[in-house]
Write a protein that binds this ligand. Structure first.
Ligand code: NDP
Length: 287
């Protein structure tokens, strides 16, 4: 950890910790400060991690001010992930492919944009939940920034089938086309889904931003062997995991594990240490 120290008087020395944070709108309820605080304690490191509220019109100015004042790194959450691609001087291959950035890191005078959403989801599905994705027929609901982040890493896991269904089918087709060289991604509207069960159904819509909000899909896409995963999270079940349980799915998970795993990737990129994610997952799920 680097420390910059200034002398404010003969006796008082003020220490400035390396500064990180999360920028979003809304951002007040983000658990990332709790998660990064825990990672830092476990790693025996000291750092500052704060919330940065930025309505869309203020995103660029807030990010520039943060880094101009010496900030080291920012997590980026909705609705800024696409805008963050334009603020980074350089993008990792996965961020470029996704067209969405959830991690900005200072590299000297330049900003590197990365996307750890997909790696976080795949780590949660395979390591924490124990799924073998290679044999799975996978349905993604939604084609926004989060869906763009998860398609590449899911394709790398070589599922038997990957289909993206979105309310606006043109957006699903656009997503499918931009990953075509990595593998086959089907695209359709939610209304065009046939009532046949998938092995894994991932809700990557933001429908739950409205209380009780759910994407409307034929119940038949969930069967008794289907695992359902909601990228959204909250206290207890989400509307989607409630709905999935009502369809008698095999198991249903909320997105806490993905949140913690993608945060661990951020922490590793910033601090050079991969934290153990299990304690953080227990804390955020019970907080
Ligand atoms: P975007 O705004 O980029 O995309 C929203 C998507 O949801 C679009 O595909 C939109 O469809 C669809 N949608 C919105 N409302 C409805 C509805 N009522 N019915 C059907 N579809 C709907 O959001 P993000 O992709 O950034 O985020 C999506 C969700 O994923 C959020 O809840 C976010 O919190 C969560 N997330 C969780 C993470 C984690 O670590 N667990 C990480 C990243 C995201 P259309 O195109 O037709 O408008």
């Amino acid at each position: 950890m680097s420390l910059a120290t200034t002398t404010t008087s003969r006796s008082a020395r003020v220490q400035f910790l390396d500064r990180y944070g999360v920028v979003g709108h809304p951002v007040a309820r983000s658990r990332l400060p709790l998660i990064h605080g825990l990672f830092a304690r476990l790693a025996g490191q000291q750092l500052e991690y704060r919330l940065h509220h930025a309505p869309p019109g203020e995103f660029h100015a807030r990010v520039q001010a943060f880094f101009a004042a010496g900030g080291c790194g920012l997590n980026v959450i909705a609705p800024h992930k696409v805008a963050a691609t334009a603020i980074a001087h350089e993008l990792t291959a996965r961020a470029s492919r996704a067209g969405a950035v959830n991690l900005l890191t200072r590299r000297g005078e330049r900003l590197l944009g990365d996307n750890t959403d997909g790696a976080g989801l795949v780590a949660d599905l395979t390591q924490n939940i124990g799924l073998d994705l290679t044999t799975q027929r996978v349905l993604i609901l939604g084609a926004g920034a989060a869906a763009r982040g998860i398609v590449g890493p899911l394709l790398q896991a070589q599922p038997a089938q990957l289909l993206v269904a979105n309310r606006n089918p043109a957006r699903a087709r656009q997503l499918s086309a931009s990953f075509a060289d990595l593998g086959e991604v089907g695209a359709c509207s939610l209304a065009e889904l046939r009532p046949q069960p998938f092995d894994l159904v991932i809700n990557a819509t933001s429908a739950a931003l409205v209380p009780g909000g759910l994407p409307v899909v034929p119940p038949g896409v969930v069967g008794p062997n289907t695992v359902c995963y909601d990228l959204s999270y909250g206290s207890g079940d989400t509307p989607f995991t409630c709905w999935a349980s009502q369809q008698c799915c095999a198991r249903a998970f909320t997105g806490w594990g993905m949140l913690v795993e993608q945060a661990a990737d951020s922490f590793e990129a910033w601090r050079g240490v991969r934290p153990d994610t299990r304690p953080a997952l227990q804390v955020v799920m019970s907080a």
